[in-house]
Design a protein around this ligand. Structure first.
Ligand SMILES: Cc1ncc(COP(=O)(O)OP(=O)(O)O)c(N)n1
Ligand SMILES: Cc1ncsc1CCOP(=O)(O)O
Ligand SMILES: [Mg+2]
Length: 348
């Protein structure tokens, strides 16, 4: 039975290390004092309660002869490159370890202590929920909290590539960029999106891909924008998961309500004015529909369609906080100067 202490020892370490990873992300990445404190308390509880058996645990420890070591070294199970995956994996690691401790304490006849580790495991489930909600709140909601939503369109970019245009948008301090290209081959869109993902990631800019859910997922975009003729938002949500932003184009109150009910994170509201940028565009919806959205819809929205420097203030005064422009920006002589000029006007 003394081998059971070896199992308990390994799992106390596993659980504490998992919590430590989560604690440091909460502390240094999210600056979340409340979660940091709760995780620290949990980590101390995990270690403190086994103290009386620490001598047995240590004497059974034999890391060098661990038959599991070569196996875990040869499995490629740690290829995580997303913070969310790291968080999810470490909660699982900790919960599994606590379960193992619990079962082995039972085998040793230590029922009271086993119950205590069961309680710690349940605390861990609750903390996971709190942690992930805090993570989403930070990662998702802030992303539409910006004035100008930029959208690419190489055919109107005066010979500049999308990459050059995006670089200038980023330099001008734009915080959200959508990749929208209608006529390129999918493989070319993919290659451009890979580059733009890298540029936006480095600059802390939110990156949305228009139309292609698969492409958005593949390049780890922050979100995807879909139209009325695309797949239903509920189904897109099932595919992309909770972390990705979903934007939905709307042209009427009914469509807005449906998008909200379906779980959209934001809606596009437009076309406000006449536009020639979109080939299959519907009639302008005018400021009237925008005003309906301002008063009745409580998710973020972006006004779009025919918006230029000369009419942007009117759109803002009708209640739009976030305004999308395609040709006015990508077609400008000097993109940075144009953005600065629009921003000055928005402060009038
Ligand atoms: C922010 C934003 N709003 C609306 C649209 C238009 O989307 P959709 O109706 O699917 O038309 P296309 O852009 O795909 O032609 C958008 N892209 N972005
Ligand atoms: C994509 C889209 N959706 C509604 S209008 C529009 C195009 C807007 O382009 P512009 O800002 O050049 O009028
Ligand atoms: Mg579309």
């Amino acid at each position: 039975m003394k081998e059971l202490f070896r199992i308990i020892d390994a799992n106390i370490n596993r659980a504490s290390e998992g919590i430590r990873v989560l604690e440091d992300i909460a502390r240094f990445y999210y600056n979340n004092a409340s979660l940091t404190e709760k995780l620290k308390r949990l980590r101390h509880e995990i270690r403190k309660n086994i103290m009386e058996y620490l001598p047995q645990c240590i004497s059974e420890r034999n890391a060098l002869d661990d038959v599991g070591l070569p196996v875990s070294g040869s499995l490629n199970v740690d290829g995580r490159n997303d913070l969310f995956e790291v968080i999810a994996a470490n909660f699982k690691r900790c919960q599994e370890a606590l379960r193992v401790i619990e079962e082995n304490l039972k085998l040793l006849g230590k029922y009271q202590l086993s119950k205590l580790y069961e309680r710690l495991r349940f605390e861990c489930y609750t903390l996971e929920k709190e942690y992930i909600s805090a993570d989403w709140a930070l990662e998702k909601r802030k992303k539409l909290d910006t004035d100008i939503y930029c959208i690419t369109a190489e055919e109107y970019s005066r010979g500049r590539t999308n990459i050059e245009v995006v670089a200038q948008m980023i330099e001008a301090g734009i915080k959200i960029i959508q990749y929208r290209e209608k006529d390129k081959k999918l493989i070319d869109k993919y290659r451009e999106c890979v580059q733009i993902r890298e540029m936006t990631q480095k600059a802390g800019v939110t990156f949305i891909v228009n139309d292609h859910v698969d492409l958005a997922m593949m390049i780890r975009a922050d979100g995807v924008h879909i139209g009325q003729d695309d797949l239903p938002v509920e189904k897109v949500r099932e595919l992309v998961g909770e972390r990705m932003i979903i934007g939905v184009s709307t042209h009427s109150p009914e469509q807005a309500q449906k998008a909200v009910a379906g779980g959209a994170d934001y809606i596009g509201v437009g076309p406000i004015y006449r536009t020639f940028t979109k080939k299959d565009v519907c009639q302008p919806v005018g400021l009237e529909y925008l005003e309906y959205v301002v008063q009745n819809i409580d998710i973020p929205f972006v006004a779009i369609g025919g918006i230029k420097e000369h009419n942007v203030l009117e759109v803002k005064r009708a209640g739009a906080k976030c305004i999308a422009m395609v040709t006015e920006i990508v077609g400008a002589d000097d993109i940075k100067a144009k953005i600065e000029s629009i921003r000055r006007r928005l402060t009038w």
